[in-house]
Design a protein around this ligand. Structure first.
Ligand code: WT7
Length: 644
């Protein structure tokens, strides 16, 4: 065997069949350093390689990958492809409005645009380590801004453009962003969203922000504050397209992305450079079995981790063509997704169960009009997919030919953790199936012991570090340690429950903490309760989730009113409470049901017994188990009666 062939055979970058999956998996567990070291060495460009592949102390939540290595992720996403793929489309932009033409941005174009933007950022005083908040709709400037930050080593903090002014300002303040990149407005279905107005309101309380760069998208008239706000386009027009990328340390922060927790304010998850790069590239390549001429479409927003890892970084690192869709699945009608798949000849389609369920309830004609023959792989992410939705997706979108990859992961994990590998892992409806190489899941029982064997259920933990794991919570390492590494000392606790079947396949059963996944969005109960409690008529509240046909879960609020002689009609109050939530967090956190109660079931230590409220919200009004430990057992009956 000649050297070239031997090297090819040795490569771990792409898994081709099930036997190889097991081989690579075993290698990744027995010799993680060799496994990841080889992948890192063969598939990326480095200014300097590492000293150690991994260095960690899980009990202290200290993890480092590729120590001492020097790299720039954008060089890997763009520059190194230019020789071979300069004229290949990097990003297809599909606008909200069907009358607006799609844009095909080549790797050359993207390089030029990112370099210009990087120069603008530097001219505006941004340098390595500074935080930049990006609050933009799904337009090319969003991708360009993210990549420009990464190119110059600024830490991007993308805030989903559906969050309210209060939510944006708390995120800006938490990481003390120096700059905000936003747009005049955003198109979303028939609506136009006043993004600049939201930023103006948010910035009333954000002393760290010195500059706001504004992209013109909707052409609506907006307020521009002299000395602070500037239109972006003229700055870009004057900028050079020559830009020297910053040399980054492997462990320099790449971005912060906020996710809600069960308590307290949102957590600014910090992802670093090299490990995130290696892992998102590797998982993208394998899970979706990406090939050179594929057209990949992930329907998420870049404001979520799914968009960071699988619209931008994972695909671009592989020199892929990735789609950015500005619109929504229901506009101009429910065939939009299928029309876009047909139009751009999408080969891999990646969406959320909630979107599938909402489209499955509409007429089948919307999807059957389109042959969808270009599709090879279809994926889901964000929440458990129920059996019915899985089959609908498999039958009507995948035509029973396309493997359904049910990918389980989290903002904190950076990349896909448990998932079928398309064409390699036999799928099973509702199962995320097997861990990817490098991932060591374990199930834990209540006594904090590892559960051995199959056909078992427990709390899902990961017992060995992987390259893309979040390294800390911005400004609060103790909270990072407490939240993820203390429940089961030395292990990363996911917050999810899981079941392991007879062959070792995993099925995620849902959150075991007070996080509720609504339409694939991770919502902590505490911030919503805080928002409700700020309403002058409210004294206390508790939120639980209940099953919902489309959203997976919806929110049910139990609200205690103050004894203020409140005379307004209760329906009116309900509306106000939801408006309050909308203003404080965003419309995604609105409650589907509100029940006014006079008390909440509490333990003697004052903790709300959510288990009982959950049963009531679900409509299961009997058999509450042992409620004698409650401080106020009589309240349970009262709440049940109030519901009837
Ligand atoms: C939580 C993480 C990771 C991208 C989007 C969500 C749930 C995610 C699945 C899946 C069952 C899933 C979990 C997880 N989840 N994917 N395939 N099957 N549940 O990121 O907002 O950080 O939420 O989403 O509960 O813990 P996130």
């Amino acid at each position: 065997m000649n050297q070239a062939n031997k090297n090819k055979k040795m490569s771990y970058y792409k898994i081709q069949n099930l036997e190889q999956y097991f081989k690579h998996y075993n290698k990744s567990i027995r010799e993680p350093r060799k496994f990841w070291g080889k992948i890192a060495e063969e598939n990326f460009v480095w200014y300097q390689t590492w000293d150690k592949v991994v260095d960690f102390n899980m009990a202290e939540a200290e993890v480092k990958w590729f120590t001492e290595a020097k790299v720039n992720i954008v060089k890997n996403c763009i520059d190194r492809h230019l020789a071979r793929r300069g004229n290949k489309t990097a990003i297809i932009f599909e606008p909200n409005n069907i009358n607006e033409e799609a844009q095909h941005i080549t790797y050359n174009d993207l390089h030029q645009r990112v370099c210009k933007m990087a120069n603008v950022l530097r001219e505006q005083g941004i340098s390595k380590g500074d935080r930049v908040c990006i609050y933009l709709p799904m337009i090319p400037e969003l991708a360009v801004s993210v990549l420009a930050c990464a190119r110059i080593g600024a830490i991007h903090s993308v805030v989903f453009a559906g969050f309210s002014a209060t939510a944006v300002s708390s995120r800006i303040n938490d990481s003390e962003c120096k700059m905000v990149v936003t747009s005049d407005g955003g198109f979303r279905g028939e609506k136009t969203i006043d993004l600049k107005g939201i930023i103006d309101e948010a910035l009333i309380n954000c002393p760290s922000v010195k500059n706001v760069l504004v992209v013109k998208r909707t052409n609506q008239s907006i307020f521009m504050e002299t000395g602070r706000d500037q239109w972006l386009q003229p700055l870009l027009d004057n900028a050079s397209d020559n830009n020297v990328a910053e040399i980054m340390d492997a462990e320099d922060p790449l971005f912060i992305l906020y996710t809600s927790g069960s308590t307290g304010k949102p957590k600014g998850m910090v992802h670093t450079t090299a490990g995130y790069m290696v892992y998102t590239a590797y998982t993208f390549k394998n899970v979706f079995q990406h090939e050179e001429n594929d057209i990949f479409w992930c329907t998420a927003d870049i404001g979520w981790i799914t968009g960071h890892s699988y619209i931008l970084y994972g695909p671009l690192l592989n020199g892929a063509t990735t789609v950015m869709f500005e619109g929504i699945p229901s506009y101009p009608d429910f065939s939009r997704f299928w029309e876009v798949i047909e139009k751009h000849k999408i080969t891999q389609f990646y969406t959320a169960p909630t979107a599938i369920r909402s489209l499955a309830k509409e007429s089948i004609d919307f999807v059957q009009k389109y042959p969808l023959k270009s599709l090879k792989v279809i994926g889901t992410v964000g929440e458990p997919i129920n059996e019915e939705a899985w089959h609908w997706y498999n039958n009507h979108v995948g035509g029973k030919r396309c493997p359904v990859v049910d990918t389980w992961w989290q903002t904190e994990t950076g990349g896909i953790m448990i998932s079928p590998i398309a064409f390699v892992t036999p799928t099973k409806p509702t199962y995320a199936t097997l861990p990817l190489p490098g991932i060591q899941p374990v199930l834990m029982d209540e006594k904090r012991n590892e559960i051995e064997g199959n056909q078992k259920e427990g709390s899902l933990c990961i017992k060995f570090p992987w390259p893309a794991m979040a390294r800390t919570i911005w400004g609060n390492h103790q909270r990072f340690k407490d939240t993820y590494f203390s429940t089961f000392p030395g292990k990363y606790f996911t917050g999810d429950g899981a079941l392991r079947d007879e062959v070792g396949y995993y099925r995620i059963t849902g959150r075991v903490d007070d996080v509720i996944i609504v339409s694939g969005h991770n919502l902590g109960t505490a911030p919503i309760e805080d928002a409700i409690n700020e309403h002058p008529a409210v004294s206390e509240s508790a939120i639980v989730g209940f099953p919902h046909d489309i959203k997976g879960n919806a929110l049910y609020g139990f609200v205690i009113l103050k004894d203020t002689g409140e005379t307004r009609h209760r329906e009116h109050l309900k509306k106000e409470i939801n408006q309050h939530i909308s203003d404080h967090i965003g419309p995604i956190a609105k409650l589907d049901k509100i029940q006014f109660v006079t008390g909440l079931p509490k333990t003697r230590s004052g903790k709300i017994m959510r288990r009982i409220l959950r049963k009531i919200a679900e409509g299961d009004l009997s058999n509450f188990g042992d409620i004698t430990t409650l401080l106020n057992p009589e309240i349970v009956e009262e709440i049940v009666e109030g519901k009837l």
